[in-house]
Design a binder for this molecule. Structure first.
Ligand code: PMM
Length: 285
């Protein structure tokens, strides 16, 4: 089964949920709710990566997320940490996170590969070209699927040379990051092409701008949860390892439909790199 990764942005400015879970207590409560709704992993982030966002100091990022990671790990939840910063990834690993989700795939912080290698955690390598201020200016491709796969292959090669175990890596096409609307649909249409890299793939479509295209003009962002759940089904059918979503309940229900009609993905979720045994070295239990 494809894993459901619930989004927990402990930020004042993320595009669809900024400010809602900005306090530690509210974030912990929301993380527990996402878990109760069926999230397999909670992805905790303390820096918004929405187009145009400004960077946050790693110290501030850690102040936002480490207490949340610590408490949710203590309660037995499986956690992913959404960060560009090696120091934050290491602090989160020590606080109990078992997945490092780096939207830059190691390009933003040259120290990240060493942290991934040292902790042995699962590492999500997303396709990324530039920070939030510039990313929309870098959405030029020949064939977007071919180009994204080639750029991810280059990242995987560089990371393995830097000591990251290949079997810890999960790939992500990076929907919405230096992608125009049509690029996102093309990537979703050909998710199966990523199989040539021989690594698990995760998909983060949740509430992104391109989904507005299938809704009435002016529909509120929350209305994107329905198309998000549909994309979760398509991703699962293509064998995705995980989908990253805000509305966990909707995606869980949609994936239950798929399971009920006997179409649980044969591949997705079976290969879970960096499982609990490996991660336990970094937890406090
Ligand atoms: N998208 C966002 C943040 N983190 N991580 C991965 N692996 N893939 C994504 O597509 C992704 C991500 C931006 O969405 P948000 O601002 O709603 O968190």
């Amino acid at each position: 089964m494809t894993l459901v990764m619930g989004v927990l942005n402990v930020t004042p400015d993320s595009f669809s949920d900024g400010g809602q879970w900005a306090s530690t207590d509210a974030a912990i409560e929301h993380g527990l709710l996402l878990h109760a709704q069926g999230a397999d992993l909670i992805d905790v982030g303390g820096e918004s990566t929405r187009p145009g966002a400004t960077r946050v100091a790693p110290e501030q990022e850690q102040q936002r997320i480490i207490p949340v990671v610590t408490e949710l790990a203590r309660q037995g939840l499986r956690l992913s940490i959404d960060t560009l910063n090696a120091g934050t990834a290491l602090a989160a690993a020590k606080a109990g996170a078992s997945v490092i989700n780096d939207v830059s795939g190691g390009l933003a912080d040259p120290g990240m590969a060493a942290v991934v290698a040292e902790t042995g955690l699962t590492y999500v390598v997303m396709h990324w070209r530039a920070h939030a201020q510039q990313m929309d200016t870098l959405a030029d491709y020949g064939d977007v699927v071919t180009d994204v796969i080639a750029e991810l292959r280059t990242r995987v090669d560089a990371l393995t040379v830097a000591g990251v175990a290949r079997d810890r890596i999960v790939l992500d096409p990076g929907l919405g990051f230096s992608k125009r609307t049509e690029h996102n649909w093309q990537l979703l249409n050909r998710l199966d092409a990523f199989a040539e890299l021989g690594l698990p793939v995760m998909v983060g479509a949740s509430r992104k701008r391109f989904l507005a295209e299938v809704l009435p003009v002016g529909a509120p962002v929350r209305d994107r949860d329905l198309p998000t759940a549909v994309v979760s089904v398509l991703a699962a059918q293509a064998g995705a390892w995980a989908v990253r979503v805000h509305d966990v309940a909707a995606t869980r229900t949609a994936l239950n439909v798929l399971a009920s009609v006997g179409q649980s993905t044969p591949h997705g979720g079976q290969h879970v790199p960096g499982g609990a045994a490996r991660a336990s070295h970094w937890t406090h239990d």
